[in-house]
Design a protein around this ligand. Sequence first.
Ligand code: ACO
Length: 280
Amino acid sequence: MGGYPEHARETGDGSDASTISAAAPAGVGLRFEVDGEIATVTLDRPDKRNAQTFATWSALARIGETLPEQVRVVVVRGEGPSFSAGIDLRMFTPEGVPGQESFASAAALADTEFEQRIAEAQKGFLWLRRPEIVSIAAVQGHAIGAGFQLALACDLRVVADDVKFCMKEPALGLVPDLTGTKPLADIVGVPRAIEMCLTARTVGAAEAVRLGLAEIAVPASELAQAVEDLAAALLGTDRAAAAATKRLLQAAPGRTLEEQAAAERAEQVVRIRALFGANG
Ligand code: ACO
């Protein structure tokens, strides 16, 4: 929405593989660190269960725009007992969040302007799908509404055994609009997604793994290590081959077998030339 505060951070330029940490301006509640090929985005407002505002999404978008080139894995995590309790409920009040618009004031905007504001918020989520990176959500405790959608925006989810996913938007009169409906429907199927969203029920760790919403569930004390191990395993593959394979896999559901076979050929020609060609 309008009134975006200054973008949250300036960070590394990619020239330094050591840890780069930049403080976000007060109120945004986001940390960003780069350590070699791994970047970590931390929702850092644990006293408010990492509730998100438009400033959070603007800051996330800025991180995506300025992500150092060396980064291959992005971990998205939340400080404290919960990954994220979703949108900051002050957005529903007439006063809103200081420095940002409330839903009430945004409702007065023209349709195109209003949709543009939502598109800006969605930018904070969409970059996590880039083929050049693999994004991992490390999720403990509550992941409600925007919190669930942020986890869904990542390629992979590693969850603690106390995870509680809940798509609460319809219960509050809204739709999930932070890019979450497609990955949810793709992963669990349309009927299950309808059931989950329209009942706003909670999905725990065992069901999340069974439905494919999480790759693995571990005891909460082992969450960080499990994510670290997965990141290390992902970094073991060739960078260009990983990006090309992710491109293929992402496009596969929308293609016929013949189209996908053609896409595999095109990608492999590039790979084999790079590995064995005269200029490779
Ligand atoms: N927005 C703003 N503040 C929040 C939010 C939120 N979404 N969630 C929690 N907080 C604050 C609480 O007000 C409380 O603040 P206080 O200490 O100043 O009183 C603090 O975080 C801790 O919250 P508790 O409720 O005490 O923590 P608990 O662990 O018992 O419960 C839970 C956590 C279940 C997440 C609960 O806080 C909750 O239901 N929050 C609201 C969830 C919600 O409806 N989100 C919107 C979803 S829709 C969308 O995202 C678009």
